[in-house]
Design a binder for this molecule. Structure first.
Ligand code: GRF
Length: 197
């Protein structure tokens, strides 16, 4: 059974699909704790499923590095097989990425390497493209630049706003995330090999 710590910042809808998937006894992964950089709204999903939460706010620390160490300590308590960044809106310091790598994955609401960064959906709308997408990647020390585990195109429709496009992308993002976790748990995807390729 693959154990997961999921880090969020917002509503946690991606987290929720992992919690729901794990209700199936056959699903080979379990969320064992949920962390955030704030008192995230998405904690309510964890609470509903009886999963412990922890919060480590950057503003409580003198530096990003000190914050990263504290976050890492909280994650280490759970000894997870995999850490999933799912709508976690803070850049992790390099020491944290190195400590967790390659067992650290992220979801992104664009078809990487297109539109990396915090505003992937807005950037796609502003660029006027007719398709964007969703990606699941291994986290490295760049911004959304790690090896791609899975990705899928999503059409940008006439009249789409950032909100409407993001809603459709998130549907695909959730499916890709569950499938990626399944593939990692089953050994169909080897994160170490992917990171060395
Ligand atoms: C996802 O699209 C994620 O990739 C992005 O923020 C969204 C998180 O949504 N960076 P939620 O918190 O899982 O609902």
């Amino acid at each position: 059974m693959l154990s997961l710590v999921v880090l969020i910042s917002g509503g946690g809808s991606n987290l929720r699909v992992l919690l729901e998937a794990a209700q199936d006894a056959e699903f080979p992964a379990r969320v064992i704790a949920v962390g955030a950089d704030r008192d995230a709204e998405g904690f309510e999903h964890a609470e509903e499923f009886g999963i412990p939460t922890f919060s480590v706010a950057l503003s409580n620390f003198p530096s990003r590095e000190a914050w990263g160490e504290a976050l890492l300590e909280q994650i280490a308590v759970w000894k997870p097989d995999l850490v999933v960044l799912s709508g976690f809106m803070k850049l992790l310091p390099p020491a944290v990425v190195e400590a967790l790598s390659p067992n650290l994955i992220n979801t992104h609401p664009a078809y990487l390497p297109e539109f990396p960064g915090a505003h992937g959906v807005r950037d796609a709308i502003n660029a006027g493209v007719d398709q964007s997408g969703a990606s699941v990647i291994v986290v490295d020390n760049g911004v959304d630049s790690g090896p791609i585990i899975a990705q899928q195109r999503v059409a940008v429709l006439p009249g789409d706003t950032e909100h409407s496009l993001h809603d459709r992308i998130k549907i695909v993002e959730r499916e890709l995330l569950v499938q990626s976790v399944l593939d990692i748990a089953n050994g169909h995807i080897n994160l170490k090999e992917l990171s060395l390729a």
